[in-house]
Design a protein around this ligand. Structure first.
Ligand SMILES: [Zn+2]
Length: 103
């Protein structure tokens, strides 16, 4: 099981999160319909480090960019995409401030 270190809630089980797709894909601005469809539906199956979107559905409901190794499932980094709600405080740089946080 993955353990993801949410910047707002601390380290939580994978069951609280929902995978939201490949974070390394961007849709071309002036793409033809077939290129746009390819950007949406065609995915690589990389071996190694991969950037992914994860939604903390069972917690703060923020979208995170998780860099995960597809073979070992080791997580190298977790970062917020952007605060979705301005009332949510920014994550603390000090990990000690996050311990025991969240509900
Ligand atoms: Zn969270």
């Amino acid at each position: 099981m993955l353990r993801i270190d949410c910047p707002w809630c601390g380290t939580r089980d994978e069951t609280e999160f929902r995978y939201r797709g490949d974070a390394s894909v961007s849709r071309p601005a002036d793409a033809s319909p077939s290129d746009a469809a390819a950007a949406v539906y065609e995915r690589a199956n990389p071996l190694g480090w991969h950037r992914e979107y994860w939604l903390h559905a069972g917690g703060c409901r923020q979208v995170l960019v998780v860099e995960r190794h597809t073979l070992t499932h080791a997580i190298q980094s977790v970062a917020p995409v952007a605060p979705l709600d301005s009332s949510v405080p920014a994550p603390s740089a000090d990990p000690a401030d996050r311990e025991g946080g969240g509900a």
